[in-house]
Ligand binder design. Sequence first.
Ligand code: AQP
Length: 332
Amino acid sequence: RPRVLSGIQPTADSYHLGNFLGAVRNWVTMQDTHDAFYMVVDLHAITGGHEPKALRERTRVSLAQLLAVGLDPQRSTIFVQSHVPEHAQLAWILSCLTGFGEASRMVQFKDKSAKQGADRSSVGLFTYPILQAADILLYQADEVPVGEDQRQHMELTRDLAGRFNGLFGQTFTLPRPYIVKETAKILDLQDPTSKMSKSSSSPAGLIELLEEPPRSAKKVKSAVTDTGREIIYDPVEKPGVSNLLTIFSALSGRPVPALVEAYEGKGYGDLKKDLAEVVVEFVTPIQRETKRFLDDPAELDKMLAIGAAKAREVASATLASVYDRVGFLPPL
Ligand code: AQP
């Protein structure tokens, strides 16, 4: 079986539809076809300032949501990044192979540091994609299910793997991004030219899996739509309506052309009303399940300990061969 690995940050109290449809939904299906490793990337979550108590809570809430949407510790290895110290260890070595200019070209860093102000951005934010490369390469992953925003980081990961292999001998598998075109970029409901994002969307543009369902319904109903009245799929001319159709299709399993046909002659209001219902039906059981998992934190922690032990087996073997190839003298 090919190996799949992916991670998600515990940086908010809830995941949003973009995270789910762009990435996590594929994690769930790939459990049946791949040797799967999934993690909550807490090391990545501290690049921009954070509150320790909130981070701890959000790490458990993240895990509970992942289980609620269908990740299964019997079919995949689920763990928390900081439980596996090899991530930080490999990241250091890869950072020594990364050009400063190369890292400076990462668009996500440029965007985020432009927003925060360059002087206020941490070095951790800058080296984030190198840690991400380490996350992936440690597990010799073949495929990495992510949203479109991660494509450039995936390129860097492949470049670093190839560079290391070229310098020190074949060590790393070159991973491929697994990006499902239709849902690779879910857009903000209020600004359908930008991606739905926990750090840059206004609350009204973001559907959170754990928010009160009536709130989600209201957001769908007040989503920005486009000029004209026709419900057609045209991401360039009608990004708002097309985004709603994408979400509708992904959540209901009805293909976009079938939806377009079904709404022929109807108005935006009809589409939004029905989509609001679909969203509510989708999030309600997820919220119930998330709560159920959170009710037993000891059980969650036990699951994580098992996941970390399984992950470390693979990660430590990779790191040992990296240390050897790089020329570090082994300790007695
Ligand atoms: N809008 C989106 N459409 C499709 N996929 C998305 N992802 C995020 N937003 C969208 C994918 O979700 C996965 C988890 O990403 P993360 O933990 O790195 O979160 P993120 O990318 O930081 O999520 P946000 O909301 O966009 O946060 P900020 O605003 O902090 O950057 C990834 O696979 C990502 O592609």
